[in-house]
Every structure is written in C-alpha cells, then in structure tokens.
Write a protein that binds this ligand. Structure first.
Ligand SMILES: [Zn+2]
Length: 261
C-alpha cells in the first residue's frame, strides 16, 4: 500500500490561492539500485509517481519547490486561463498508479512551459517521466523520453547560465554522458565524460561528479573496446580463430548516489 509510504498535507496553491491537499513521501525508503543517471529504485514503492503536486482545484502541477514559490499575479492568470481553456481536471487521490504519475508529470511539463521555466528544469521533469517508464518496464517509452531529456539538457548547456537552482554545468555534462551511454551513443558519452575526467577544472565540492564520471567513462570505454573486438571477430576473414560469444552484455547500471531529490 502506498499509504505506508506517504502522508497528506495542505498547501496553498500558487496559482488559485486555495488550500490544496498534496501527498508527501516519507523519507525512510530503502534504495535497492541507483542507475547511472541517478534514477533510484526502491523496494515496493516508486516515489517518482508522487514527485509532482497537483492542485485539486485548478490543476496547477509542479514539484514541491516550485509549488511552494509564490507567483506574480500576471503569471497566476496566465496559467489559470491556460488550464481552464484546456479543461484539465486532476482529482485528488492519496494513492497514485502509473498512469496518474505519468499524467502528473506531463501536466507539470506543460505548466513549466507556460511559465517559461529554465530548460534544465523541464529536462529534469522529462527525465523523471522516463524513469517512471523504466521502473514500469516500458522500454520503448523510456527511450523516447530519455532522448527528449538528452536534447533538452544539450540545449540547456548551450543556452543557459549555470548554476540553475542546485544544478551545475558539470552535473549536466555528466548527465548528458550518462544518457548517451544509456542510449548506446558511446562515442558522444566519452566526449562529455572526458570533460570531467582528470578534472583540474572540476571545482572542489564536485568530487562525486568527477568520481562518477571517471567510473562511467571507464565502463563506456571498455564497452567500446568490447564492441570493437566483436566487430573484428565477426569480420568475414578467412580464418576466424575462435567462436567466442559476443555477450555484449547490457551492463548493469552502477550504483551512485544522487544530488537532487
Ligand atoms: Zn490551484
């Protein structure tokens, strides 16, 4: 039961100003796996389904931090009108299933677009959407949304000034590397991760990113080498000397911590 892991509080909606019930996740969750892109898997519970708070009156959707930040009146009006015109209604429920979690994140992405939130923030929401698909075992949609996340982070890195909230450009470079690796673009992954490896540029306090980047950089390079060897072995040469199996194993994602909740 998800209610073993959640509790309900009332918060003032920054758009309509009314008291809305929202669900918070209890902090004591047991992580069983952390992926390269910092997606955390927990036993018997998926907190990403609850990442977004949705106002039960006007359907404004955002993560806790954004929800608790007051909006200027012009913005309130803009969002309220847009949600009204779309006839969005998202009823309150303490328990969320996968479709609820997906709908809440899509609604939050829409609201972030309305508010012209930083691209990096939209990328973070998109990545959580991909994680819900991942945890649900829906590989095709996971991939589709990881690709969208990657494009947003790349655009953010080119056009936005960091830090953005708690996110630094080094973190985004690492994430781009991890996403490329996950999507099978090892060459591009190495290019981004190389920028963080051997990092005299990496500022103090970013040690974890450098360590994670180094580990993933090594893993991706090994993967590249394996696939090169496999290509060599499968060349139609007159005498292939062994029948070694390819086993280009889908490598287990390493366990890392994460920097943002
Ligand atoms: Zn509201």
């Amino acid at each position: 039961m998800s209610t073993d892991f959640t509790f309900v509080v009332e918060k003032k909606c920054p758009v309509c100003g009314r008291a809305a019930r929202v669900v918070k996740v209890k902090s004591r969750l047991v992580a069983v796996q952390v992926d390269n892109d910092y997606c955390c898997h927990y036993r018997d519970f998926n907190p990403y389904l609850y990442h977004i708070w949705v106002c039960e009156h006007c359907s404004f959707a955002a993560d806790e931090k954004v929800f608790l930040t007051p909006l200027p009146p012009a913005r309130q009006e803009l969002v309220a009108d847009a949600l009204l015109a779309k006839h969005v209604h998202f009823g309150f429920s303490e328990e969320r299933n996968v479709p609820d979690g997906i709908a809440s994140l899509k609604l939050a992405i829409y609201c972030a677009e309305l508010l012209r939130a930083p691209i990096a923030r939209r990328a973070g929401l998109m990545m959580r959407l991909a994680w819900i698909y991942r945890i649900n075992g829906d590989k095709e949609l996971e991939r589709e949304f990881l690709e969208k996340t990657l494009k947003l982070y790349e655009r953010s890195l080119e056009t936005e000034r960091y830090p953005i909230e708690s996110l630094t450009d080094n973190m985004v470079m690492y994430l781009i590397g991890a996403l490329c690796a996950d999507l099978g673009d090892n060459k591009k992954a190495v290019i981004y991760l190389s920028k963080l490896v051997g990092s005299k540029n990496a500022p103090a306090g970013n040690d974890k990113i450098s360590r994670d980047a180094r580990r993933l950089w090594q893993e991706v390079r090994e993967r590249e080498q394996e696939s090169l060897q496999d290509t060599e072995q499968h060349k139609p040469e007159p005498r292939a000397q062994s029948s070694r199996k390819t086993a280009a194993s889908a490598k287990k994602k390493n366990g890392f911590g994460r920097w943002f909740s």
